[in-house]
Ligand binder design. Structure first.
Ligand code: KIV
Length: 287
């Protein structure tokens, strides 16, 4: 029996207080949400990684709030027991707090119970505005893919002490503003640990070492459906690409050799119907 997760439950899941590490995975549609529910994950993120792993773009900048809302709704139709986080995409929280709240509301109305946004202390006004509108917020610091052009690519962040201290300040500012959890992406392990120790809310790492309060990975990476590029921080637990290719190629062979459909996959016509149609079995009735 899986338990339905809540935001307060996630907020209190600090490992140093005895909590188990949080399990978060992305999902973008109803079948993947059903699988995630079967696996009893704590948090499902409908991430803007959608752009890259599902829609075939080279970065995450190509998806809009309506794209994310469409996929949040699909995930929520599966009635997952995990907390569903709707990712605020690029330009949905960068212009004004008013826009930010309206965009956050779009994801909540699509079924998410909270939103995630990228960036540190400079996002505090947006976090404040969302929380004032009763929208819980998850922060996201470190390697923030929406800033890839500014960072010069998808690069490990906070490799120097000053940047590591700045990251702790960013995380504290987000916590102070009311974020209930913070994703830390692409930082050295000691920085992941330092940020985690500095906070009372849980941290969820992706490429941030083993000392965060939880881990998040992209669904297609975990199941091995994404088989082109494997970042260092990914562990593949399946061979979905090969499994699915094998299944489709067996199907293709069976169709081409007329081995499919067989009797088991066929609605056999009743003799009565065949007779009425002037057929006997699949042959014309004998004269
Ligand atoms: O969009 C996403 O999948 C994410 C995770 C990598 C944290 O933001």
């Amino acid at each position: 029996m899986t338990t339905t997760r809540t935001i307060p439950g996630i907020r209190s899941a600090k490992r140093r207080d005895g909590a188990e590490p949080l399990v978060m995975v992305t999902a973008y549609d109803a079948p993947s949400a059903r699988v995630a529910t079967e696996a009893d994950v704590d948090v499902i993120l409908v991430g803007d990684s959608l752009a890259m792993v599902v829609l075939g773009y080279d970065d995450t900048l190509q998806v809009s709030i309506d794209d994310i809302a469409y996929h949040v709704a699909a995930v929520c139709r599966a009635e997952p027991t995990a907390v569903v986080v709707g990712d605020l995409p690029w330009m949905s929280f960068h212009v004004s707090t008013t826009d930010t709240v309206h965009n956050g509301a779009t994801l909540i109305r699509a079924g998410a119970s909270c939103v995630k946004l990228e960036g540190g202390a400079k996002r505090v006004p947006m976090v404040d505005a969302l929380i004032s509108a009763e929208i819980p917020v998850m922060g996201h610091i470190g390697l923030t893919p929406q800033s890839a052009n500014v960072m010069g690519g998808f690069k490990v962040q906070a490799k120097e002490a000053e940047a590591a201290h700045r990251m702790v300040d960013d995380a504290r500012a987000l916590q102070e503003a009311g974020c209930f959890a913070i994703v830390i992406e692409g930082v050295p392990d000691t920085v992941g640990k330092m940020v985690t120790e500095a906070l009372d809310v849980p941290t969820i790492g992706i490429g941030a070492g083993g000392d965060t309060d939880g881990q998040v990975l992209v669904y297609h990476d975990v199941i091995g459906l994404e088989n082109r590029f494997k970042p260092k921080f990914v562990r593949r637990y399946g061979t979905a690409f090969e499994d699915q290719a094998r299944a489709l190629s067996c199907y293709a062979t069976d169709v081409r050799t007329a081995a499919f459909p067989g009797p088991d996959e066929t609605y056999k016509a009743a003799d009565q119907l065949n007779e009425a149609l002037g057929l006997y079995g699949s042959e014309p009735a004998p004269q």
